[in-house]
Design a binder for this molecule. Structure first.
Ligand code: FAD
Length: 450
């Protein structure tokens, strides 16, 4: 009953209902007891009236105070996803394909079933599945949602073409090249609902600094748009690094938002600008900690009276490492720095990784992993890397995507033993399940449903 009253959205009706409820609950038993003890006494009657008035007043005031707190943006998004009952793969058609820079192309997706699509929280991503004829199984990848409009009618993904690494015989990126070369307007792809915890709470009034380079701009543009639309009073710094103008996606789009929102402060840094880039960027060089300390912080102090801010980082692994180290050295607490990795950082030197892992798992010389569905029982050692890497090396190919514990695609059931995570996973993990892309065995025997 109390929960029902708490849920009444209109504060006046909630206060009346609460007053009536408390007055009834207090007055009826009090009346019964007092009348039983002293039925004829006039002061008994007065006492009953006072009790009724007092309890109604207390109920009304508490009714005003205890309304259900406003749902957070991610709660609303989860509710929306529930309403549409979209949990697994859903078909989307590419409605528009737009080139954003020399290397990044956007894909506007609409559901084939013409149904509603849930609003997402800016910063979240979609996991997509592609049927690529040369691949033995569907290819699953994760892409940030790069747009934000108030009533979502489409999703936009903006994908960088990943070329083959120079001086190697390694192949070019599978999914990104397939999207660029073979996905066109009218193509169908499968997607799971928006997910992810790298999100901007638009209701907060704390200044935010969005820092990206390269394709790391995708969640940032969504955040800048959401904040400018829903909370334009909030001061946001948008720092972006690109080699030159030809590789700088969304420059005009972000400039338009900033023209409308004076509280969105932009700094573009080009490391090797072309002559034609003159006037299109603010600084030559990289986005680094000195830019934050010497340019952003004084401006923020001046405009906001403090330099207490939230930092969002997304970009190449080395870029994020150097900024995270810089912010830490500058005494910015870790809980003020949120980051999203699109790619796994370079693996540590083998000997180093071995040394570290052996220390934490020294109790067990040989650890056994049972891949129950594949019918394989194998001995793992620290040099074998993560459970996913170990599985792949032994011709077991579980579903996976990000390899950094973000997307949750590699989640599987564990029926025996425990695992250790190399880094804290950001994906939500079901109870009795583990993510294998960033974990290794912790106990002598681990049984996985793979
Ligand atoms: C949360 C999240 C959000 C993301 N958002 C975006 C986004 O908005 N936009 C975007 O473009 N990307 C985004 N990504 C990255 C994206 O998911 C893919 O990882 C990216 O597109 C590369 O996929 P691919 O299939 O093209 O490359 P893959 O085939 O996975 O290869 C990755 C790289 O490794 C190289 N490679 C392949 N084989 C070898 C080998 N044997 N030796 C050495 N190198 C090799 C490839 O050339 C390529 O450069 C995001 C990732 C995450 C986790």
């Amino acid at each position: 009953m109390l929960e029902d009253i708490r849920g009444i959205p209109n504060p006046l009706f909630r206060a009346l209902a609460s007053g009536l409820f408390l007055s009834t609950v207090v007055t009826i038993p009090a009346t019964a007891v007092l009348l039983l003890l002293n039925p004829k006494n006039e002061s008994t009657h007065k006492l009953i009236v006072y009790a009724a008035i007092a309890s109604a007043a207390v109920g009304t005031v508490s009714g005003l105070a205890v309304g259900k707190s406003k749902p957070t943006a991610s709660e609303t998004a989860e509710d929306d996803a529930r309403e549409t009952e979209w949990k697994d793969w859903r078909k989307f058609v590419v409605d528009r394909k737009v080139k954003e820079s020399e290397s990044i192309t956007s894909f506007y997706l609409k559901p084939v079933d013409d149904g509603m699509i849930p609003q997402f929280v800016s910063g979240q991503f979609l996991t997509i599945q592609l049927d690529i004829s040369e691949q033995s199984k569907p290819v699953i990848r994760t892409y940030s949602l790069s747009d934000y409009i108030e009533s979502t009618s489409h999703y936009r993904l903006s994908i960088k073409r990943e070329p083959a690494p120079p001086d190697t015989i390694a192949p070019a990126g599978i999914a990104s090249n397939f999207m660029h070369d073979r996905i066109n307007e009218g193509s169908i792809i499968l997607a799971k609902p928006p997910a992810g915890k790298f999100v901007l709470d638009v209701n907060s009034s704390q200044p935010a600094v969005l820092i990206s380079n390269g394709v790391g701009i995708t969640p940032m543009i969504s955040m800048a748009k959401a904040a400018s639309l829903l909370n334009p009073q909030r001061h946001i710094w948008f720092l972006h690094g690109a080699r030159d103008g030809s590789l700088h996606a969304f420059r005009d789009e972000v400039n338009v938002i900033a023209e409308r929102n004076p509280n969105l402060h932009i700094v573009y840094c080009y490391s090797r600008p072309n002559l034609t880039d003159e006037g299109k960027y603010q600084r030559k060089g990289y986005v680094d900690i000195d830019l934050i300390k010497n340019v952003v912080a004084p401006e923020m102090q001046n405009l906001c009276g403090s330099t207490d801010a939230q930092y969002f980082l997304c970009g190449s692994p080395s870029f994020m490492d150097s900024l995270r180290d810089g912010l830490r050295e500058w005494d910015v607490p870790d809980n003020k720095v949120l980051f999203e990795s699109f790619a796994k950082a370079k693996p540590k030197k083998r000997e180093q990784a071995q040394g570290l892992t052996q220390e934490s798992t020294q109790e067990h010389d040989s650890m056994e992993i049972v891949f129950s569905k594949s019918g394989k029982t194998l001995n793992w050692s620290p040099a074998d890397g993560t459970i996913l890497e170990f599985a792949e090396a032994n011709d077991i190919f579980p579903d996976h995507s990000c390899r950094v514990g973000v997307c949750g695609t590699c989640m599987c059931k564990i029926s025996e033993g425990e695992v250790d995570y190399e880094e804290t996973p950001t994906a939500s993990i079901d109870s009795g399940s583990v993510l294998i892309c960033i974990s290794k065995p912790k106990t002598a025997r681990v049984v996985l449903d793979i």
